[in-house]
Design a protein around this ligand. Structure first.
Ligand SMILES: [Ca+2]
Ligand SMILES: [Ca+2]
Ligand SMILES: [Ca+2]
Length: 330
């Protein structure tokens, strides 16, 4: 009897949570929600509705749109990701849209890059970032800059900030998409090619992206079936594992996508990322940058780091990356 009453109470709580599970308008990434099903995952199926047709007008680039899908449990999700508003754009190392191109790092005039003050008594650090396709950088829980080009053409960025140790780096990474809610784009002879990702960031204090960073995925697509996603607990880490495939899925524009709520304050220094898996490193060849001058022109910096992402470079489309550095690396 008591068991039955507890069960009913649990169901009532679960249902009442469902009604307030709308995206928070001011949060940085995806909606916060306590109503998602087992493992915190929600599934949507099919194309999203366009809400912002074009974030950036740049000849030769893919259309960087934002859309919305509703998952089977009634939660609305922004795809490919809810991005920060009001964050300033990073400086350009190379950007075909602004036609700024430093031929090498020695051409860069650091005086042209504003220093974002995180801590008045901090040290000034310069960072170089290349993302496939989009990043937002936070340091010490405060916004530094976002990638000025959300999708393509590919670009490379420079940031400067003043911050003190211990220093928490937090990056919101997005692999953009043409078929909103599907994680696919017109590429390599298919309208539904799953796009791939990767990011490298190198900072003047010696910090760089590598396997010591934490990485978790929050949007996985395309999935041909819901049970192709495996949620596993391994060594105390929350693993969200999807098939390692880059083939266009047979589901076309009717594939499944998995969504997880982005935790509030995920970029704060105090946020507990102990259950996130470590980042996985990928080679230049795997990320496909060894023939892109927006990367190779600055290899003297980028080569000090590694491309990282979660365990699936193709299907994981929205990832959060974190690393806390206790003191200046030697
Ligand atoms: Ca970009
Ligand atoms: Ca992808
Ligand atoms: Ca991509």
């Amino acid at each position: 009897m008591w068991k039955m009453m507890l069960l009913l109470f649990g169901l009532l709580v679960a249902c009442s949570n469902g009604s307030d599970a709308v995206p928070a308008a001011t949060s940085t990434a995806q909606p916060s929600s306590s109503s998602t099903a087992a493992g915190g995952v929600s599934f949507s199926k099919g194309l999203g509705t366009v809400t912002t047709p074009r974030l950036l007008d740049c000849p030769g680039g893919r259309v960087s749109a934002i859309g919305e899908v509703t998952s089977e449990d009634g939660v609305k999700w922004v795809v490919p990701a809810k991005i920060a508003t009001g964050m300033t754009s990073a400086g350009d190392l190379s950007n075909p849209c602004t036609r700024i191109e430093n031929r090498s790092l020695t051409d860069v005039n650091l005086d042209n890059v504003p220093v974002v003050e995180i801590d008045p008594d901090g040290v000034v650090i310069t960072g170089y970032i290349y993302a496939d396709n989009y990043f937002e950088l936070y340091v010490g829980g405060k916004p530094v800059a976002k990638d000025p080009v959300p999708y393509t053409p590919f670009n490379a960025s420079i940031v400067r900030f003043k911050a003190k140790y211990p220093m928490t780096y937090a990056i919101h990474g997005v692999d953009w998409e043409e078929n909103l809610g599907q994680g696919t784009e017109d590429n390599k002879g298919s309208k539904f090619a799953p796009g791939d990702a990767g990011i490298v960031a190198v900072f003047s204090d010696g910090t760089a992206t590598d396997a010591s960073w934490k990485a978790q995925t929050f949007y996985i697509a395309p999935l041909t079936s819901k049970d192709s996603l495996r949620l596993e607990e391994k060594d105390g880490k929350e693993q969200r594992l999807s098939p390692q495939t880059s083939s266009p899925p047979a589901c076309g524009t009717d594939c499944y996508a998995a969504h997880f709520a982005v935790p509030d304050g995920w970029y704060a220094a105090s946020f507990d990322d102990s259950r996130w898996p470590n980042a996985v490193t990928y080679s230049e060849q795997t990320v496909g940058v060894d023939n892109k001058k927006e990367y190779t022109n600055y290899r003297s910096a980028f080569g000090k780091g590694s491309f990282i992402w979660t365990s699936n470079l193709v299907l994981d489309n929205e990832v959060l990356l974190r690393r806390t550095v206790e003191k200046a690396p030697k």
